[in-house]
Ligand binder design. Structure first.
Ligand code: MN
Length: 209
């Protein structure tokens, strides 16, 4: 098993009333676990397809791998940016980076909420660190793997697949996104930024340009 379902750092009921235990448990044990299984299965089937030189199968499996690995990665990040001790606003270097990139925290919050709420179909809103321009961006992610900026590191992700909220919020996706702000662990987002800022992306040697 290459990919493993991570344990949550809190009980399923710890994020109530913003995220009900029943909803969180189904999301983690049911939906996230399915992406972990799907990712491992795609790797296994790719190895088999390579062994029999089955190029047609490989094309489909690469799509399946991107979908399932990305689903696993995003859910793993999602659980860690939520916390029963979350909420409020960021400060320090994270706040400064947000203000540099978006003008203000309020402008950032509005942009991420709109990106999340307006996803057509299934997807995510994401705050990412883009290491080439060394700035923060908001992405609107289709499914788990579409519409991404390559090389960028997700710092804060908002799952807006119906499975994330329908049990508790029914069709009120905006209410769910509003409620999530109460459980965002900004200190964890800040630590993710600090790590991401250490990422250097060398696109090409300057001497060769
Ligand atoms: Mn999900």
């Amino acid at each position: 098993m290459t990919y493993v379902l991570p344990e949550l750092r809190y009980d399923y009921g710890a994020l109530e009333p913003h995220y009900r235990a029943e909803s969180l448990e189904l999301h983690h044990r049911g939906h996230h676990a399915a992406y972990v299984r799907g990712a491992n299965q795609a790797l296994e089937q790719l190895a088999e397809a390579r062994a029999r030189s089955d190029g047609a199968a490989i094309t489909g499996l690469e799509k399946s791998l991107a979908f399932n690995v990305s689903g696993h990665v995003l859910h793993s990040i999602f659980w860690t940016v939520l916390s029963p001790h979350g909420g409020g606003r960021p400060d320090g270097e994270l706040l400064a980076a947000i203000e540099d990139s978006f003008g203000s925290f309020d402008a950032f919050q509005t942009q991420l909420a709109q990106a999340s709420i307006s996803v057509q179909g299934s997807g995510w809103g994401a705050l990412v660190y883009e290491p080439v321009g060394r700035r923060l961006l908001v992405e609107q992610v289709y499914d788990h793997q579409g519409n991404l900026v390559h090389g960028a590191t997700p710092l804060l992700v908002v799952d807006v697949w119906e499975h994330a909220y329908y049990l508790q919020y029914k069709s009120a996706r905006a209410d769910y996104v509003d409620a999530l702000w109460n459980v965002i662990d900004w200190s964890h987002v800040a630590s993710r930024l600090a790590v991401a800022e250490g990422t250097a992306v060398e696109l090409a040697s300057h001497a060769a340009l």
